[in-house]
Design a protein around this ligand. Structure first.
Ligand SMILES: NC(=O)c1ccc[n+]([C@@H]2O[C@H](COP(=O)([O-])OP(=O)(O)OC[C@H]3O[C@@H](n4cnc5c(N)ncnc54)[C@H](OP(=O)(O)O)[C@@H]3O)[C@@H](O)[C@H]2O)c1
Length: 334
């Protein structure tokens, strides 16, 4: 089968190649999926890039990307045979995986391949896994958001765009989103945000307080960049508020204003999907499928590349300038 691979960390252009790899055989409780579309996420870039200060890092031969959509073509022991032929969206959710979805076939545990409802395309299915599951878990894990004021930082990001939509579906009273550009504001509004605030201009705390109806008015924060926003979040969050942070690219280990959070009895969850209980992930996938059945979720696709242009896809993802998902087309199965 055709597969993108790297065996050294480094720049996409230097390390990524397309090669022939053997078609893998599904093991116990696994399914093999013929991939239609592979979805790229920031985690795939972080896995491939050379960490700062490191000169070379040899790794096992690795096919990148955890997310994808396609058709189950073979099942391993322990999986019902009637799943063969099922259209699925999937995420491998395994940091050590070496057989990702940027290939003709990928293996995935059967409980991480979810039926793709009719009427949802493979491209839409490949947008969903890590972003939509992260958004769901960041909203519905620790507190009930019904009737509450929710702040989604980065409301036009891959995760943020789903988080705004899911907060609306979950009955949030008010949804405030932050963005840094007008095109992002349009997306966050379309997703269902009541108020969209440019976090790079003006007094952001004052604007959020005005939108929330006063100081300490945000009950739940969905945080994309904890290190950049932690002081702001400590200032705006409500008493007994909750904060789910799933990213902190600006500063991996920021200083946390502990007392400010403690005085308001705030719950902070540093969330990572790889370690999220599978039971919660199954619930998230089922709820997302319910929304797909009703055609009630929007997806945003920034660009699509054929497999032999995977380097361009990675470079675009790294540019940080796109809005929406970058996909790699593997085979026409629709
Ligand atoms: N923990 C997990 O399980 C998990 C799961 C998914 C993603 N992630 C991580 O979460 C991050 C986002 O992933 P993604 O796929 O959503 O990426 P994305 O599509 O690039 O979206 C990131 C968004 O965050 C915005 N942003 C950045 N800094 C911000 C700030 N200080 N305040 C408000 N918005 C800000 C960006 O906008 P501008 O920079 O243009 O303003 C962009 O819209 C990545 O670091 C990724 O690795 C973690």
């Amino acid at each position: 089968m055709r597969a993108a691979v790297y065996d050294n960390k480094g720049a996409a252009r230097d390390v990524l190649n397309i090669v022939e790899r053997p078609v893998p055989e599904p093991g116990l409780n696994e399914v093999r999926v013929k991939i239609a579309v592979s979805g790229l996420n920031p985690t795939d870039i972080k896995a491939r890039k050379l960490p700062p200060g490191q000169i070379a890092a040899q790794v096992p031969l690795t096919t990148p990307h955890r997310d994808g959509a396609g058709i189950i073509d073979k099942v391993g022991p322990g999986v019902a045979a009637d799943r063969v032929g099922e259209r699925v969206w999937l995420s491998q959710l395994d940091r050590t995986m070496t057989l990702g979805t940027a290939a003709d076939y990928a293996l995935v545990p059967a409980n991480l391949a979810w039926r793709l409802p009719d009427g949802t395309t493979f491209a839409e299915g490949a947008c969903l896994p890590i972003p939509a599951l992260t958004a769901y878990c960041a909203l519905f894990r620790d507190e009930l958001i019904r009737g509450k004021t929710v702040l989604v930082h980065g409301g036009a990001g891959a995760v943020g765009f789903y988080a705004v939509q899911l907060a609306r579906w979950g009955g949030a009273g008010k949804i405030i989103a932050t963005v840094s550009r007008e095109e992002q504001a349009v997306k966050a509004k379309a997703a269902g945000a009541d108020t969209v605030i440019n976090y790079r201009t003006g007094d952001v705390l004052q604007q959020i307080e005005a939108a929330a109806g006063g100081p300490n008015g945000v009950h739940h924060v969905v945080e994309v960049n904890f290190g950049a926003n932690v002081a702001l979040d400590a200032a705006l969050i409500a008493r007994n508020g909750t904060l789910a942070a799933y990213g902190s690219d600006a500063e991996a280990n920021p200083n946390i204003p502990f007392s400010a959070f403690m005085q308001k009895d705030v719950l902070i969850r540093a969330a990572i999907l790889y370690e999220t209980p599978r039971k919660l992930i199954s619930r998230a996938a089922a709820e997302i499928n319910g929304l797909l059945e009703k055609k009630a979720l929007r997806h945003q696709i920034a660009a699509r590349f054929p497999l032999d242009r995977i380097v361009d896809a990675h470079e675009m993802q790294e540019s940080g300038t796109t809005i929406g998902k970058i996909l790699v087309d593997i085979a026409e199965l629709d």
